[in-house]
Design a protein around this ligand. Structure first.
Ligand SMILES: *Cc1c(COP(=O)(O)O)cnc(C)c1O
Length: 429
């Protein structure tokens, strides 16, 4: 046990002077912890304390931090081509990445549109759905989304996110969205009838969904058969299917993409986070030939006039290509399978624990709700966070949900350490 509240005076104080952190109310939030080093699955703070990165730094660094294969590929790329305009020019890193990705993307994906992060990946997914119908002359201007979905922080992405409790200042400017509950198995019929009703009464252009697992909604799992039925009905009604795989993509669920578990494949796939292995920021939105064809025209206005300055940055492409190559190795696949099995064994172990609710796992993702009396709920999340950090494990509980998404290269010993600290939580809270 060590105390992380020990002062990190220098950096912490300098941080406070000019920096504004994301998702942070600075008046009530504790000080920021300076991190000096990240290597493999270990984060090291200014004082030399080490923490196992149990969430792969927001689901990005799945091949381990500063992975030597990836850093080497990016360093090589840096010597040759750092950045070039992607409108009118092209380059090998983007081309090689597109070829590698098409091989692992869900069936039917054909074209890739580059962007900068998860929010812009979904923003473009939404634009593709809306403009697809616009170009075809269809009057469809409403998006469909799940309640409690999360798709990012830009305006379109915020609009379709159901978890918009802090978006009061912006709601008047949102695009039009209709919502359905996630299918749980028991409620499938009810969800389908709500869906049919919406399709009858609104001109739905596209459906954006996090397939099988909603990350920001506290790793909420939903029913695959129910989702498949929703996708089927949407497809029959010419609703563009936009899979937001920003969190689930690149192996987290045990398959390359969560959409691999679905019979109905998406028209559009949004990617980021593990795409570049935590090394550089980048997003990608892919689509089927059918979607692309609606934009392909002698009429310039039918094109997708969206472009970020750093589109297809060669360094980010080099990182992503190296990451896809690693993902396909036996070593990484063996790691994913081992973590999957350990998670399943830990799930079985906690199943009947009186303080454990809804324990679940899929691939490297493991989650449960800590069942404590509601009067003990105040500040619970921060206490849990501190307990994990004091014990050398970096996890970010959401409310009373504790979850892990460890790097695929985590050792069994490190993984067991995370489990054992979770068990300590169960006896201490
Ligand atoms: C993180 C996330 C986003 C937003 O990605 P950013 O890179 O943070 O903008 C969108 N969708 C899902 C499912 C996510 O998990």
């Amino acid at each position: 046990m060590r105390d992380i509240s020990l002062e990190h005076e220098n950096l912490t104080e300098r941080d406070k002077k000019h920096l504004w952190h994301p998702l942070t109310q600075h008046k009530v939030s504790p000080e920021m912890l300076p991190i000096k080093k990240a290597k493999g699955c270990t984060l090291t703070d200014e004082k030399g304390n080490e923490y196992i990165d149990g969430i792969s730094s927001w689901y990005t660094a799945v091949y381990g931090h500063c992975n030597p294969y990836i850093t080497e590929k990016v360093a090589e790329q840096m010597q040759n081509l750092d950045q070039v305009v992607f409108s009118g020019f092209t380059h090998e890193p983007a081309i090689a990445l597109s070829e590698a990705l098409i091989e692992i993307l869900p069936e039917g994906q054909q074209k890739l549109f580059f962007n900068d992060n998860g929010s812009t990946a979904t923003e473009i997914g939404i634009k593709m759905a809306l403009q697809y119908h616009h170009n075809l002359g269809n009057d469809r201007k409403v998006m469909l989304a799940f309640e409690e979905g999360f798709h990012g922080d830009t305006f379109g992405a915020m609009s379709v996110s159901g978890l918009s409790v802090y978006n009061g200042a912006f709601e008047d400017h949102f695009i039009r969205v209709e919502r359905i509950p996630v299918p749980t198995g028991e409620n499938n019929q009810e969800v389908i009838s709500i869906l049919n009703n919406i399709l009858k009464n609104h001109n739905i252009a596209g459906f954006i969904y996090e397939p099988l697992i909603q990350g920001a909604a506290a790793m909420k799992f939903h029913d695959g058969e129910g989702l498949n039925e929703i996708l089927k009905i949407c497809r029959e009604n010419e609703v563009v299917l936009v899979a937001d795989e920003v969190m689930t993509g690149f192996g987290k669920t045990g398959s390359y993409f969560a959409s691999d578990y679905m019979q109905e494949k998406p028209d559009v796939v949004c990617m980021s986070k593990a795409l570049t292995a935590g090394l550089l920021p980048m997003g990608l939105t892919s689509c089927s030939q059918k979607i692309y064809n609606a934009f392909y025209s002698n009429d310039i206005a039918k094109g997708l006039f969206h472009g970020h300055t750093y589109t297809a940055n060669p360094l980010a492409c080099a990182a992503a290509l190296a990451a896809v190559q690693l993902l396909r190795t036996d070593e990484i696949q063996t790691g994913i399978n081992r973590i999957t099995e350990s998670n399943m064994a830990f799930t079985a172990k906690l199943k009947d624990h009186p303080k454990v609710k809804n324990v679940r796992s899929k691939g490297v993702i493991f989650a449960f709700e800590l069942a404590v009396e509601t009067e003990r709920y105040g500040g619970l999340r921060n206490k849990l966070f501190k307990f994990f950090m004091d014990n050398g494990v970096f996890l970010r509980p959401l409310g009373n949900t504790i979850y892990i998404v460890p790097p695929y290269v985590i050792s069994e010993e490190e993984l067991q350490k995370i489990y054992s600290v979770i068990e300590d939580v169960l006896s201490n809270f």
